[in-house]
Ligand binder design. Structure first.
Ligand SMILES: Nc1ncnc2c1ncn2[C@@H]1O[C@H](COP(=O)(O)OP(=O)(O)OP(=O)(O)O)[C@@H](O)[C@H]1O
Length: 291
């Protein structure tokens, strides 16, 4: 079995004259959490939808769990085509916001979706994992925005997928729900699930991803761990402190430890208001997409 869950080589997608994806190369390893970052319109959703078998491509080579998703395009999980059916059973998808199923309750919807998968998880357990147990009997149209999103996630994982796609999964979540969601995703990854997510929350990418990829104008311009992206780990540190007169000073340094030692000697001990910081993932990301 290949080490890669996803292999993409020279992917291209046009909408009329618009080049949405322009020769994109990407490898996602089995078992990793991979975050795709990029500005609005960069081509993330188009790329992910091609990988999910929901959109046709115009060029390039794509393999997802060993299958070209073009083969399953237009064939649903209930399809009689055995290749399409088996592949769809192995892939979980959380699209950008659905979460409403007329008069059905949360419990009914999750139980209904579970029937599509031979190895489905227990619906009650899944509802509990996404923090919706108290809403099991609630009709889906009565859920809040964040609760509908949790239901989307429940439907994405109820089939116990090998590979899970999450498109902006925590939009509308409150901070506590977001942290609970991160714990759930880490738990799935520990259990061997490969996770590909798109997000505009850099903090989310940093908290979750083993590697991040930055897409601009339909190309992948950088791939690395959140800690090393754009040489972040070797970027200059900013040291700030308060002077005896009460004003603030700061200096950039490649050797912040030495600078702090020097300041400590100068102050004869504690340095007032001392902070040492490196560029955040957001700083690095913004410098990448604006150059
Ligand atoms: N169905 C479509 N028809 C025509 N153009 C489209 C279609 N879908 C996307 N595009 C265009 O393709 C480009 C890439 O869009 P895409 O939705 O993949 O970007 P994205 O990175 O997911 O953006 P966002 O962060 O806003 O979700 C954009 O220029 C968009 O306008």
């Amino acid at each position: 079995m290949s080490d890669s869950a996803i292999e993409v080589d020279g992917l291209r997608k046009l909408y009329g004259d618009t080049v949405a994806v322009d020769g994109l190369d990407l490898t996602v390893r089995r078992g990793e959490i991979f975050a795709l970052l990029g500005p609005n319109g960069a081509g993330k959703t188009t790329t992910v939808e091609i990988l999910e078998g929901y959109r046709r491509r115009d060029g390039g080579r794509v393999s997802v769990l060993g299958i070209d998703p073009a083969v399953v395009h237009g064939k649903r999980g209930t399809s009689t085509d055995p290749t399409a059916r088996r592949w769809r059973e192995r892939v979980g998808i959380v699209l950008q916001g659905t979460g409403e199923f007329d008069e059905l309750t949360v419990g009914e919807v999750v139980t209904h979706f579970a029937r599509f998968y031979p190895g489905a998880d227990d619906p009650a357990r899944v509802i509990d994992r996404v923090g919706l147990s108290a809403k099991t009997r609630a009709r889906t149209h009565t859920l809040s925005g964040g609760q509908k999103r949790r239901l989307d996630v429940a439907l994405g994982i109820v089939g116990r997928p090998e590979l899970l796609f999450l498109d902006e999964p925590t939009t509308g979540f409150d901070p506590e729900a977001r942290r609970e969601f991160w714990a759930l995703i880490r738990d799935l990854a520990r259990g061997g699930t490969t996770v590909v997510l798109t997000t505009h929350y850099l903090q989310e990418a940093e908290a979750l991803a083993d590697r991040v990829g930055v897409i601009t104008a339909g190309r992948l311009i950088a791939v690395d761990t959140p800690q090393r992206l754009g040489d972040r780990d070797s970027a200059l540190a900013t040291v700030s402190w308060r002077t005896p007169e009460g004003s603030w000073e700061s200096a950039q340094s490649a050797t912040p430890t030495a600078l702090v030692a020097e300041l400590a000697a100068r102050f004869g001990g504690e340095v007032p208001g001392l902070t040492v910081s490196r560029p955040t993932l957001e700083d690095i990301y913004l410098s990448m997409i604006t150059t």
